[in-house]
Each structure stands twice: as structure tokens, then as C-alpha cells.
Design a protein around this ligand. Structure first.
Ligand code: ADP
Ligand code: ZN
Length: 618
């Protein structure tokens, strides 16, 4: 369809061009652009039969005999070639006031014409327009939008529909938690009627969050594959360069098509490109993106899950998404995919090496141990590189040496992209997280530790200690806040104790601890010296961990100084307490950090074992 239209467009341009050229040529004679001087000489010698006076050009008929001496050698030569008889000619007109007199004197009939200007007009209008369109089309194609002029109104061109993805859960390795969460969606898609009858609540939208290459798309496809339903996909980034209105039309289209094929899955990749919080753009806004986003919200609200359509979306930057997208009834189910841990990497390697012939000595566990920080896509790439390497030297099986080479290659590439941490950093992160965890365990009012991980999570967080609140909290006591501050300082203090040096990794911790200490004084009246007065507008950012915008202070310099001093004191006291705690359990810190370095993820059970050992020793 698109091809045909483009062809028609090109053809009509060609026809236009031919007409223009023909027009142009029909004004010319056999003797084109006869020099004006020669023309005048011919007029005076009465060798011209008639003349038409145009505004810029003169043309007419020449009696082409006995012209030697009147014209240049070239013109004479041309005339000889044309043969005897009359010849049409044309001349560029020059400003010559006596021309008419001369023509009258020589009794040459002459007339004027009104030159039609449509040709010039056409040229000056249409040509630039055509050039503009051509450039535009080129740019659009380069940007990958693939749309250009021809795609207006034909919005389904870029929606991909796969009848069956051919991917199943077995192809997705190392992210069992995410798979489990999506099992319910698969069950629903397999038999929507059953759920409809029971009236069970099915999520409308599932947001998959994870770093690039961790298998978000793969997982969504696997859900479709397992359920045996069609898979519609499109990418949020494709909407950004669209015409106003096209993106919205496309979304409408997508939902219409999907409704016809239900049960099915709609998958929107790179949701963040489309769903950035509105009004966040630097240069005003992107109207098109907002329209598209609004349309998406409208469509999501407009259908109910019992129709059997489930929307999945992927992003690696959930924090910039418009909150409206995450509201109940939209993408209210979130599935997080972390980079795979050691066993996960081994499983992914197994999946991908199924297709290649492995030599007997290949130890996938060893390879997994050597590739911390690799995402699923990196591991797939690794296996491929190893196979290529083996093929290049003509081996019939891929052996450890090929993998060694491939690891070096892939690591090199990832390091360039700043996506891997080096062993020294990894060690620092291990002690840092172990510090957080041990302080959390030592404080009666802190939440228990659920899981400690040093698998990098994103750009900012190199590791994390997950704490599980035992209950929902709306009120916190001073002692609880102080314990929280202690836990935040735990990472930094562990680095101090172990390395005698600190890293930049604790920046976020310190920021949060400082905020918390300040809030205790300025909002909650928990300060001994400043008393019960509150000093700032209450803001709800304490538990949400959002940066607080600076505001005009409503208190004096002296009070400001006092607040700073008091904050400092809270933090210093906390620091001293944490140092004491960690020095007392120095041995356990070592054990835990070593275990983290080895396993990358330590769960509650392993932590309990370590803590039990500690209490036995002391
Ligand atoms: P994302 O959408 O998160 O950027 P993809 O789903 O496109 O990542 O993953 C790219 C490729 O990496 C997949 O096609 C697959 O070959 C491989 N891959 C990623 N994660 C996994 C995994 N958990 N198990 C198996 N293969 C994976
Ligand atoms: Zn930390």
C-alpha cells in the first residue's frame, strides 16, 4: 500500500517536470539565444521576417540566407547546418529604446505577447515545497519513524502483531519471581470466561521495570506464548517524532485491533518515552506526546479487563513516569526484574547455549561466576561471541577458551558503556551493604532485613539492602527515626572501619539521613534546644524519598544556625553509635561481606545463620 502511493507520488512529480520542460522548450527556436547585437544587425539588413516581443525574450523567424558579415562565425555555421529557408530564433531582450523604430524602419511585422507567468510561479512555489518534502521524508526515515507524509491516517503501519510469539517461560531464565507473578496473567488469558464468571479481579496493566537487556520484552512475549494469544507491540519512542494527532490515532487503532483479537496482549516498549510526567519537558512540552499519553489513559480507562485484553509495558526509568499511568485501573501491577544473580546467570547461559555445541570441559557455573553485572542480553551476546570465536578458528565445539575470549570482549564493551563495576568497587559495595544490614539487625526499632544484594540495580544504586516493614506506619516515634538514621549511616561507617577510607557510594544515604535529622527538628519538634516550634511548611517527602525544593526560610539567621548545629549533633551521635555497633560485630561484618561477594545475594535465611553464629560466639 505504502509502496504504491509512493510510486504514484513519484510519477506525478515526473509528469509535472516533463510538462515544465516542454513548456520551456516550446518557446525556443532553432536558433537559440541569438546574440542581441547580431539580431539588431539582421533587423537592419531586413533579414528578419517577423518578431514577437516578449518581456524578456524576443522570438520570431529568420530569413537565413546571405548573412555573412552580419553575424558571428558560429551563428553562420549554425545557419549553414540548418540549411536554406526560414528558421525560428529567440533572443534575450536587452533594454533598447530604438528597437521599435528600427523594426518599423525595416518594415518587419512585430507583435507583443502577455507572457504567461505560471511557469515561473510554479517553479518558485512548488520546487522549494518539493525539496522540503523530500528532505522531510528522508529525515523521517532516518529517525526510524518510517512514517513521513505517506503515513498520515494510516496509523497501523507500525503496530506489530504476532499470532504466536513462539516464546515460552522455559526460554526465560533466572527471573523466577517475575515469572511467578505473571503466571496469573497467563492463566487468565488462557480462560478469560472462567475468571469472568467468578468475578475475579485481573490486572489491566502490568508494568515491567528493569535495566536494559534484562529480558522485559522477552518476558512479555513469553506470557503471550504461554497463553497462546496474539501479541501486539509498539515502542513508545516511535511516538515522539510523530505528527500531532497521529500518535493518538495510532493508540486508538491499536486498541481497536486488539479488541477484535481478544484475548491478547498489548505490549508497549519504552513506556517512559511516551509517559514522561506531563509538563516535565525543558522547552515547554511536547504536545504530541501529551496527546498520545492522554489517549492511552483514555483507552485504558475505557475498556474493562473482562474483554480479555491485557496491557503490558516496559521501562527502565519508572521514576519519570507520569503518576497518572500508575494509578489503579492503569499500570497498577508492577513487576521488577533485577540483573540476574549467580544462579540466574548460569540458567540463562544454559538456555542460550542449548543452540550451540559445547565441548565437554565447559563449566557454565564458572562462566556465571566471572560475569557479575551481566544482564540476560549480555549473556546471550557472550554465548554468541564464543560460538563465533570457535567457528572462526574452525573448532567443532565451543570450549572454555572461546568463552574466555568472549568474556574479555563483552566486558570490554560493557566497561566502555559504564555498565560494569570492577572488583574493587564490588568489594566496597559488599561491605557497605553488609554494614546497613547489620545495623538494621542490631536496632530494635528498625525494619528487619529481607534481602541483601550487590547486583547493580540501575545507574545510581550499586547494591541494596531490602528491609521489610512489619506493619504499615503512619506515626513514628523519635527512637524509630533515630534507628532509621543509624541504618542509613551503617553503609558509610562500614567502609570507614574496613577500608579506613570512604567512597562516594554513600551520598544518597547521607542525604536521606540528613533530611531525616532536619525534619526531626524542624517539623516534629523533637529537638532539645529548639523545642516544639516547627520551622517550615510541612511537606510530605520524608517517607517518599523525593528531594525537597529549597524554600525561603521563615526564621532568623540565628535559628538557622541552631538548626544546623542540632542536625549535626543528631548525625554525630548516630555516627558514634553506629561505629560502636559495627566494631562490636566486626567478625560478622567480614563473614557477611565475604558471603555477599561470593553469592551476590544473601537472603533472610542465610543472614539468620550468620547472626546465630555471632550470638553463639559472643
Ligand atoms: P529488554 O526488553 O529488557 O531490554 P529483551 O527482552 O529485549 O530485553 O532481551 C534481549 C535478549 O536478551 C532476549 O532476546 C534474550 O535473548 C536475552 N535475554 C534477556 N534476558 C533473558 C533471560 N532472563 N533469559 C534468557 N534470555 C534472556
Ligand atoms: Zn547505602
Amino acid at each position: 500500500m505504502e509502496r504504491k502511493q509512493q510510486l504514484a507520488f513519484l510519477l506525478s512529480m515526473l509528469v509535472l517536470f516533463v510538462i515544465l520542460v516542454a513548456q520551456n522548450f516550446s518557446m525556443r527556436g532553432e536558433l537559440d539565444r541569438l546574440p542581441y547585437g547580431e539580431f539588431k544587425a539582421l533587423v537592419k539588413a531586413e533579414k528578419v521576417k517577423n518578431v514577437v516581443l516578449g518581456e524578456q525574450v524576443l522570438w520570431g523567424t529568420l530569413l537565413g540566407e546571405e548573412v555573412e558579415g552580419l553575424v558571428s562565425k558560429q551563428t553562420a555555421e549554425r545557419l549553414r547546418q540548418l540549411g536554406p529557408g526560414e528558421h525560428p530564433f529567440s533572443t534575450i531582450r536587452v533594454n533598447d529604446p530604438t528597437l521599435v523604430q528600427d523594426l518599423e524602419a525595416a518594415k518587419i511585422p512585430f507583435s507583443g505577447v502577455v507572457e504567461s507567468k505560471w511557469f515561473a510561479t510554479l517553479l518558485s512555489w512548488i520546487l522549494p515545497a518539493l525539496i522540503f518534502v523530500a528532505i522531510w521524508q528522508f529525515v523521517m526515515r532516518r529517525m526510524g519513524g518510517g512514517a513521513g507524509l505517506m503515513a498520515i491516517g494510516k496509523s497501523h503501519a507500525r503496530i506489530y502483531m504476532e499470532k504466536g510469539t513462539g516464546v515460552c517461560f522455559d526460554d526465560v531464565a533466572g527471573i523466577d519471581e517475575a515469572k511467578e507473578e505473571l503466571m496469573q496473567v497467563v492463566e487468565f488469558l488462557k480462560a478469560p470466561e472462567r475468571y469472568r464468571k467468578l468475578g475475579g479481579k485481573i490486572p489491566k496493566g502490568v508494568l515491567i521495570v528493569g535495566a536494559p537487556g534484562t529480558g522485559k520484552t522477552l518476558l512479555a512475549k513469553a506470557v503471550a506464548g504461554e497463553a497462546g494469544v496474539p501479541f501486539f507491540s509498539l515502542s513508545g519512542s516511535e511516538f515522539v517524532e510523530m505528527f500531532v494527532g497521529v500518535g493518538a490515532a495510532r493508540i486508538r487503532d491499536l486498541f481497536e485491533q486488539a479488541a477484535q483479537k481478544a484475548p491478547c496482549i498489548i505490549f508497549i516498549d519504552e513506556l517512559d518515552a511516551l509517559g514522561k510526567a506531563r509538563g516535565m519537558g525543558v522547552m515547554g512540552g511536547n504536545d504530541e506526546r501529551e496527546q498520545t499519553l492522554n489517549q492511552l489513559l483514555v483507552q485504558m480507562d475505557g475498556f474493562d479487563t473482562s474483554s480479555g485484553v491485557i496491557i503490558m509495558a516496559a521501562t527502565n526509568r519508572p521514576e519519570i513516569l507520569d503518576p497518572a499511568l500508575l494509578r489503579p485501573g492503569r499500570f497498577d501491577r508492577h513487576v521488577a526484574i533485577d540483573r540476574p544473580d549467580l544462579p540466574g546467570r548460569q540458567q540463562i547461559l544454559r538456555v542460550h547455549s542449548k543452540a550451540v555445541t559445547l565441548a565437554p570441559g565447559v563449566d557454565l557455573a564458572l562462566i556465571a561466576a566471572r560475569t557479575p553485572g551481566f544482564a540476560g542480553a549480555d549473556l546471550a551476546n557472550l554465548v554468541n561471541e564464543a560460538a563465533l570465536h570457535a567457528a572462526r578458528i574452525g573448532k567443532d565445539a565451543v570450549d572454555m577458551q572461546d568463552f574466555d575470549e568472549a568474556i574479555d570482549r563483552v566486558i570490554g564493551g560493557l566497561e566502555k558503556k559504564n555498565r560494569l563495576i570492577n572488583p574493587m568497587e564490588k568489594q566496597t559495595v559488599a561491605y557497605h551493604e553488609a554494614g546497613h544490614a547489620l545495623v538494621a539487625e542490631a536496632r530494635p526499632n528498625a525494619d528487619r532485613v529481607g534481602k541483601i544484594s550487590i547486583v547493580p540495580r540501575g545507574i545510581a544504586a550499586l547494591g541494596y539492602t531490602q528491609q521489610i516493614p512489619t506493619e504499615d506506619r503512619y506515626l513514628m516515634k523519635k527512637s524509630e527515626l533515630l534507628d532509621r538514621i543509624d541504618v542509613l549511616l551503617g553503609g558509610r561507617v562500614a567502609e570507614e572501619i574496613v577500608f579506613g577510607d570512604v567512597s562516594t557510594g554513600a551520598q544518597n544515604d547521607l542525604q536521606r539521613a540528613t533530611d531525616m535529622a532536619r525534619h526531626m527538628i524542624t517539623h516534629y519538634g523533637m529537638s532539645e534546644t529548639l523545642g516544639l516550634a516547627t520551622f517550615e511548611e510541612p511537606r510530605t517527602s520524608l517517607f517518599l524519598n523525593v528531594p525537597v525544593p529549597q524554600q525561603q526560610a521563615t526564621y532568623s539567621e540565628r535559628t538557622a544556625q541552631a538548626i544546623d548545629d542540632e542536625t549535626r549533633k543528631i548525625l554525630d551521635d548516630a555516627h558514634a553509635r553506629v561505629v560502636k555497633t559495627l566494631e562490636a560485630s566486626r567478625g560478622t561484618l567480614e563473614v557477611l561481606a565475604k558471603l555477599l561477594l561470593e553469592k551476590e545475594v544473601v537472603d533472610r535465611a542465610s543472614l539468620d545463620e550468620i547472626l546465630a553464629d555471632q550470638s553463639r560466639q559472643s
